[in-house]
Write a protein that binds this ligand. Structure first.
Ligand code: C2E
Ligand code: MG
Ligand code: MG
Ligand code: MG
Length: 276
């Protein structure tokens, strides 16, 4: 009887594997078609500079305008894209789209707008990245100062030497580099000091209770001091309330991003930021 039940378990397991494989295979086709048909689009979330009260840039956040399932958030498709090793394709697609947007905004509103782009580990460690970006700058005739690449601490720390070289080259080209989700990964402060990055983005999880929890306030204060001590700018992510904004202003945070300022919005809705 025991052998029998083991068999049943094995069979179930195998069927599970097969349907998982089948699902991924179907998904791969959907995703590739999605790239082909330009179903992936960018939404933009403004970043507010607290020193001059101006919008200093916009973070590009990918969405999938799926023909059958509607507008999908990254959490629902990034894991599949990662399993299928298509993250690098997504990043190239997003980079192109972001540069295209910079060019379009400049043409339409005569403004140089900085767009922040999320770059994953695979893409950041790709030796082709620099060349790809140079080609895009040329293709769309945009200035490198309009690009801000967001990478996480883990991207930097797993391949420190390569990451350091890439960041130095990007900086020399005039492209900004920011550390995203700061505080959630592992980073060595010694390396952080040496990295020629522009900005540290404090993860939303620390901001959530910054106005109500003393330990969180202490942590965020230290992160602001640390960033400034290292000569970097610091932005708080996920600001949802007036109280959080007030606290962040008081402790000298340079910039904020979050629903309180604006949710991510489609390109057409950016107009209001330029026609005032
Ligand atoms: P992230 O880069 O840390 O982006 C911030 C996320 O927080 C975004 O979620 C944004 O919509 C959300 N957010 C912003 N303000 C608030 C707020 O006040 N409250 C709350 N609760 N959330 C807020 P989103 O767009 O779902 O993206 C999630 C993650 O997916 C991003 O985290 C980023 O790691 C990744 N991602 C998004 N777009 C891209 C992309 O184009 N390429 C790559 N490689 N990754 C992307
Ligand atoms: Mg980001
Ligand atoms: Mg983040
Ligand atoms: Mg993130």
């Amino acid at each position: 009887a025991q052998a029998e039940s083991q068999n049943v378990a094995t069979v179930k397991y195998k069927t599970g594997m097969q349907s998982h494989g089948r699902r991924l295979l179907a998904m791969e086709k959907e995703i590739r078609d999605g790239f082909e048909n330009n179903e992936f689009v960018l939404y933009f979330q403004p970043q507010l500079n607290l020193l001059n009260n101006r919008i200093e840039g916009f973070e590009a956040l990918v969405r999938w305008q799926h023909p059958a399932r509607g507008l999908l958030q990254p959490a629902s498709f990034l894991p599949d894209i990662e399993s299928l090793n298509l993250l690098s394709d997504l990043d190239s697609y997003v980079l192109d789209l972001a540069c295209q947007t910079v060019a379009r905004l400049q043409k339409e509103y005569h403004r140089r707008v900085t767009i922040a782009i999320n770059i994953t580990a695979v893409e950041f460690q790709d030796p082709q990245l620099i060349e790809n970006i140079q080609a895009l700058l040329f293709k769309y005739q945009i200035t490198p100062r309009c690009l801000d690449l967001e990478i996480t601490e883990n991207v930097v720390m797993t391949e420190i030497a390569t990451a350091m070289d890439t960041i130095v080259i990007l900086q020399n080209m005039g492209i900004k580099v920011s550390i995203d989700d700061f505080g959630t990964g592992y980073s060595s402060l010694a390396y952080l000091r040496k990295l020629p990055i522009d900005k540290i983005k404090i993860d939303r999880s620390f901001i959530e209770e910054v106005a109500s929890n003393d330990s969180d306030l202490t942590i965020v204060k230290s992160m602001v001091e640390l960033s400034h001590g290292l000569g970097k700018r610091v932005l708080a992510e996920g600001v949802e309330t007036e109280e959080q904004l007030r606290v962040l202003r008081n402790i000298g945070c340079d910039a904020v991003q979050g629903y309180y300022i604006s949710k991510p919005i489609p390109e057409a809705a950016l107009k209001k930021y330029f026609t005032r």
